[in-house]
Design a protein around this ligand. Structure first.
Ligand code: FAD
Length: 388
C-alpha cells in the first residue's frame, strides 16, 4: 500500500502506531476530527484471536479515563461492563478484613476487563469511515524528516506509508521512541523496580464471587503484597507483587503453600490448593518498568502518547488512565491551535510532560504506600479518590 498526504483527500493522514488501549482510543479522537486515520498494530486482530496475550487481565478505570472515554461517546459502554470498587478491603495476616473508602460516599473506581476494553475501542474506531485498521503490521523504521514509515507484515512482506502526523502509541518499548533517543536534547530514563508481578485466579464458589466483589482487595505485607480485582465472570484476578529474589526462592508446590499459609492463608481455600501449586509456576514473575522522557514530540511530525511516552509502575492504577487523558489533552490543544501541528506538538509537550512525570512519581510513591503504609493510621486520614 502506498498512501500519501498529497492524494485526493483534503484531510491530513494521521498514522497511529499501536492498537493497544491508548492507540485505539486515539484513533477515535483523530477520526472524530475528520483526519484520515491509519492505525497499525503488530498483533493480529485481538477480536478474532482465541487467546489475547498481554499484561494484566483487568484494570482499574478511574475518573481521568472515564472523562476521556466520554469524549468519544464510549463511557457508558465501558462502565456498564465494569465492576464498581467503592473501597479497599485490607486483609490482615490473621485474616481480619477492614475497609478504606476511595473517597466520598458514592465515589468508586471500576474494575474493567483489559481485552474487552481494547476490543470495544477498536470496534468503535472502525465505525468511522475515515479510519483504517491495519493488523499484523509491525513498525520497523520511520523517518522524522519525511514521515515515511516501514512496516513488516506478519507474512514478512513490507508496507510503506507516509503520514502527516505519526502518533506513537506503541507501548513501553516503543519503536517510535527509538528515533527520539538518537536526537540531541532528548531526555530519557528507564527504571526497573526490584519487584515482579504474577497473576493468579480465584474462581467463583457455587456460582458466586468468593469474596465481596465491590472492593479492591489488598493484602499488604510490607516488602510485598497481593491485590485482587473482580471480573464479570465472578472470578477475581489476584496479583502478587514481590521482589524477584523472593519469587525465585519458591521452587516447589509445597513451598508455595507454605508461603501462602504464612502470609495469605485466607486465600488458600478460595484459590484452591492444587490451582495454587500449579498456577504459581505457569509463568515467572513479570517485570515492571517506569519510563520518563521529554520532549514528547519531534517537529510537527511525531508525538508520543500512553506508555510510549510514560510507562509507570501499576501501583497508582493510573497508567492507562493517564494515557487516556493524553488523548483529551492533545485534543484540547488541537482546538486551541486550530490543528496546526507545528504549534500543537510543542504546546502538548509543554503542558503534558510535567503532569505525566508527576503521575510516574506518585506511582513510585504508592509502590511503598500500598504494601507498607496502607496498614498505618496515617493512611486512614488520607483521601485518594483516584488511585489504588
Ligand atoms: P500498550 O497497552 O502496551 O499497547 C501498545 C500496543 O502497541 C500493543 O498493542 C503492541 O502490540 C503495539 N506495538 C508495540 N510495538 C509495535 C510496533 N513496533 N508496531 C506496531 N505496533 C506495536 N493502568 C491503569 O490505568 N489502571 C490499572 O489498574 C492498571 N493496572 C496495571 C497492572 C499491571 C500488572 C500492569 C503491568 C499495568 C497496569 N496498568 C494499569 C498500566 C496499563 O496497562 C498501561 O498504562 C496501558 O496498557 C498503556 O496503554 P498503551 O496503549 O499506551 O500501551
Amino acid at each position: 500500500m502506498e498512501k500519501s498526504a498529497e492524494g485526493p483527500t483534503k484531510k491530513k493522514v494521521v498514522a497511529v502506531v499501536g492498537g493497544g488501549l491508548v492507540g485505539a482510543l486515539n484513533a477515535c479522537y483523530f477520526a472524530k476530527r475528520g483526519f484520515e486515520v491509519e492505525l497499525f498494530e503488530t498483533r493480529e486482530d485481538i477480536r478474532q484471536a482465541k487467546i489475547v496475550k498481554g499484561r494484566s487481565i483487568n484494570l482499574a478505570l478511574s475518573h481521568r479515563g472515564r472523562e476521556a472515554l466520554k469524549h468519544v461517546g464510549m463511557e457508558e459502554k465501558i462502565t456498564s461492563q465494569g465492576i464498581p470498587m467503592h473501597a479497599r478491603m485490607i486483609h490482615s495476616p490473621s485474616g481480619k478484613q477492614s475497609t478504606i473508602p476511595y473517597g466520598k460516599k458514592g465515589q468508586y473506581i471500576l474494575s474493567v476487563d483489559r481485552a474487552n476494553l481494547n476490543k470495544q475501542l477498536l470496534t468503535e474506531a472502525e465505525t468511522y469511515p475515515n479510519t483504517n485498521l491495519n493488523f499484523g503490521h509491525k513498525l520497523q523504521d520511520w523517518s522524522a524528516e519525511t514521515g515515511l514509515m516501514t512496516f513488516v507484515r506478519s507474512d514478512g512482506s513490507e508496507d510503506q506509508i507516509q503520514a502527516d502526523l505519526i502518533v506513537g502509541c506503541d507501548g513501553a518499548f516503543s519503536a517510535i521512541r527509538k528515533q527520539f533517543t538518537r536526537r540531541s536534547r532528548f531526555n530519557y530514563s528507564q527504571t526497573y523496580i526490584p519487584h515482579g508481578y504474577m497473576e493468579l485466579t480465584m474462581p467463583p464458589i457455587n456460582g458466586e464471587f468468593a469474596m465481596k466483589p465491590n472492593y479492591l482487595h489488598i493484602w499488604p505485607r510490607n516488602t510485598f503484597m497481593m491485590i485482587a480485582l473482580p471480573n464479570l465472570d465472578k472470578t477475581f484476578t489476584c496479583t502478587l507483587f514481590m521482589p524477584f529474589d523472593d519469587f525465585e526462592k519458591i521452587t516447589t508446590g509445597d513451598e508455595v503453600v507454605e508461603f501462602f499459609q504464612k502470609y495469605f492463608s485466607d486465600t488458600i481455600p478460595l484459590i484452591g490448593l492444587d490451582a495454587l501449586k500449579r498456577d504459581y509456576f505457569r509463568l515467572p514473575g513479570l517485570p515492571m518498568v517506569s519510563i520518563k522522557c521529554s520532549p514528547y514530540h519531534i517537529g510537527d511530525k511525531c508525538v508520543l502518547m500512553g506508555d510510549a511516552a510514560h510507562a509507570v509502575v501499576p501501583f497508582y492504577g493510573q497508567g492507562m488512565n493517564a494515557g487516556f487523558e493524553d488523548c483529551i489533552v492533545f485534543d484540547e490543544v488541537m482546538d486551541q491551535f486550530n490543528e496546526d501541528f507545528s504549534a500543537v506538538l510543542p504546546e502538548y509537550t509543554r503542558v503534558r510532560v510535567p503532569d505525566d512525570h508527576a503521575i510516574a512519581d506518585l506511582a513510585m510513591y504508592n509502590y511503598i504506600e500500598m504494601r507498607a503504609h496502607v496498614n498505618s493510621t496515617w493512611f486512614l486520614f488520607r483521601k485518594h479518590v483516584d488511585n489504588f
